[in-house]
Design a protein around this ligand. Structure first.
Ligand SMILES: NC(=O)c1ccc[n+]([C@@H]2O[C@H](COP(=O)([O-])OP(=O)(O)OC[C@H]3O[C@@H](n4cnc5c(N)ncnc54)[C@H](O)[C@@H]3O)[C@@H](O)[C@H]2O)c1
Length: 324
């Protein structure tokens, strides 16, 4: 009896696999390593290298392992790049999800948790995003995640699958020093890479209508996020009714400048960020309520901003050291 984790060699997936392990639930990982790392998968975890677009491979995985549920985390996550590569984004995130749901149906597996995103909301003009805030994705990436949610919903209606989607906000931090975010587009890796290369980190725009002029986002720690995946899996398996989607957000915003200050404190590197022009399409503020997830999925901010920055920095430094 195990859960299949798609994308389990990625940043979030690898944390989810470890949280399942800590909860005593076995996992099988499928990952094509397009952005993941085999070293993020512990040697004792069953690992299948391949793509979720390969229905025959998925059928084999379901036949060979006794899979009771699927944690569908694999995806192409670069919203900015998705504008240039819409077909690739739709193939990975929509065709991939449809292929997976088809293989589950064939194999009689009826439980799935899906990694969705804050990007389904686009740039909402509200103080606090709730699950009912209108969906207005502004990139092929956001659109593909919303369609992913619809695919689960429609399979629920047609075939009675048990499902929920988790809309992540800005996921940061590390739960273990050997796992870290390697995205070339996310704020933390960008700032750390700059510091490690002796460059000055950059803030894109300091003239937004926010208290310090820089963008405000909703940062959540990856280990807290992973914990709620286990809760979602357990509740679906127990037959509990869950909402179709949950925001995994903190209810609290942090500005890019506050992040920079915390990074300087944590790393001991004294720097004054460079101010660059705004990036097109960056909203001033996005902060979400995680109340529903707190009610149903043991969602809680167990880590402070300093924890988020220090755990991410430790893991990034360890990686830089081991790379020589
Ligand atoms: N990191 C964030 O802040 C964030 C926010 C919102 C949503 N998400 C979503 O969470 C999920 C995980 O994000 P992450 O930050 O861990 O990214 P990541 O790139 O580290 O992980 C994605 C994993 O999926 C694998 N993968 C991609 N396409 C695949 C395919 N066709 N078949 C098999 N494996 C495939 C990659 O190799 C990688 O290991 C993604 O679906 C992403 O869209 C992430």
């Amino acid at each position: 009896m195990a859960w299949l984790v798609t994308g389990g060699a990625g940043y979030i997936g690898s944390h989810v696999v470890r949280a399942f392990g800590a909860a005593g639930i076995d996992t099988v990982v499928i990952d094509d390593l397009s952005s993941g790392h085999e070293s993020f998968v512990a040697p004792q975890t069953a690992f299948v290298r391949g793509t979720i677009l390969d229905g025959a491979l998925l059928a084999d995985v379901f036949a060979q392992h006794s899979i009771t549920g699927v944690m569908h985390i694999a995806g192409f996550k670069y919203a900015g790049v998705s504008v240039q590569r819409p077909l690739h984004t739709y193939e990975q995130n929509v065709t991939g999800t449809a292929t997976l749901l088809g293989a589950m149906e064939q194999a009689g597996v009826d439980t799935i948790v899906f990694s969705s995103s804050a990007a389904v909301y686009g740039t909402p003009d509200v103080q606090l995003v709730t699950e009912d805030t209108p969906k207005n994705p502004q990139s092929p990436y956001g659109e593909s995640k919303l369609i992913g949610e619809w695919l689960l919903r429609d399979q629920g209606v047609a075939k009675g699958i048990k499902h929920t989607s988790l809309r992540y906000f800005n996921v940061v931090g590390s739960g273990d020093d050997d796992l870290y975010d390697t995205s070339p587009h996310n704020l933390f890796p960008l700032v750390f890479d700059a510091l490690l290369a002796g460059r000055t980190p950059r803030i894109n725009g300091d003239d937004y209508p926010t208290p310090d002029g820089t963008c405000v986002r909703d940062y959540v720690h990856v280990a807290d996020l992973a914990h709620s995946h286990v809760a979602a899996a357990r509740r679906l398996e127990a037959g509990d009714r869950l909402e179709p989607a949950y925001n995994l957000g903190s209810g609290d915003g942090v500005s890019v400048r506050e992040i920079m200050t915390t990074v300087a404190e944590v790393t001991g590197i004294d720097f004054t960020p460079e101010i660059a022009p705004r990036r097109p399409g960056d909203p001033a503020r996005i902060v979400a309520s995680g109340e529903l997830a707190a009610r149903d999925l043991e969602w809680e901010m167990r880590h402070s901003l300093a924890d988020m920055v220090s755990s991410a920095w430790r893991a990034r430094e360890a990686a830089a050291t081991s790379a020589g």
